[in-house]
Design a protein around this ligand. Structure first.
Ligand code: MF3
Ligand code: CO
Length: 256
């Protein structure tokens, strides 16, 4: 069952998403060489709670932290800890918050110091693929229009989409129906309807799509060890243009 949300509910999800955006804004200047990932997690939790919200990931299926930090070949669900960021790191930061019963969820991939041209391209194409997906989130079209818009953009640039993890519906739970893969959906392909709210989140590998999960039970890494990137927005389907409920990176990266 895919929930259809009212405009009022979309406003509430936007409010939750704004707190997530503020966390991204607060930790952005801290993402530099020498910081531990645990320190970023600590700041994130403090900002979320200071706004009267709750971390959405902490305790979710036993996840032990507020944010996910996935570095270089790590794809998603990296657990913050005593690892220290170094120049050249590619750092995917995924943050979720719950406010007044509704969820927000947003991932941004950042960098520390200088990265290679190929890595810059990976980040650019991954971000662009997210917006290809968002543009396809229109009533009357199908879920697969979003999924293949992401996949086609990524594969045209000779990168690969991860299969093992997918985007999701979001609302009163962090993960709701439908699954939003970054490739043609293998089974159900519902028609998109006004009021559906989707977290679209391409996870893109520079090399092969296969991922392996570490012994910690969470950290997913590219099997071939090549870098990976991840961007995520929450998007509401309206009568017309898609409504992005999460903050645009331009706004997040503007201090104030
Ligand atoms: N944005 C990710 C997702 O939707 C983060 C989930 S982390 C978890 O899957 F810990 F909550 F699982
Ligand atoms: Co998500």
């Amino acid at each position: 069952m895919i929930a259809l949300r009212t405009e009022k509910e979309l406003d509430l999800m936007e409010a939750a998403s704004r707190i997530v955006g503020l966390v991204h804004r607060t930790i952005k200047p801290l993402v530099r060489a020498g910081v531990t990932t645990a320190e970023l997690d600590r700041v994130a939790e403090e900002v979320i709670r200071s706004h009267g919200a709750e971390p959405a990931f902490k305790g979710y299926h036993g996840y032990p932290a507020t944010i996910c930090i996935s570095i270089n070949e790590q794809v998603v669900h990296g657990i913050p800890g005593n690892r220290v960021l170094e120049p050249g790191d590619i750092v995917s930061i995924d943050i979720g918050a719950k406010l007044a019963g509704y969820y927000g969820d947003q991932a941004i991939t950042r960098t520390v110091g200088k990265i290679s041209e190929a890595e810059e391209k990976l980040l650019k194409v991954t971000r662009e693929s997210l917006f290809k997906g968002i543009e396809a989130a229109r009533p009357g079209d199908r879920l697969s229009d979003i999924c293949t818009a992401v996949q086609d953009w990524v594969e045209q640039h000779n990168f690969s989409v991860v299969r093992q993890f997918v985007g999701h519906g979001i609302g009163r739970k962090l993960h709701e129906d439908p699954a939003v893969p970054n490739y043609s959906p293998p089974d159900r392909n519902p028609r998109l309807r006004k009021g559906m709210v989707l977290a679209i989140e391409p996870m893109v590998n520079m090399g092969k799509p296969e991922v392996v999960v570490a012994k910690d039970g969470w950290t997913a890494s590219a099997e071939d060890g090549l870098p990976s990137a991840h961007f995520e927005h929450v998007v509401g389907i309206t009568d017309g243009d898609p409504r992005v409920l999460t903050m645009m990176e331009e706004e997040i990266d503007t201090p104030g």
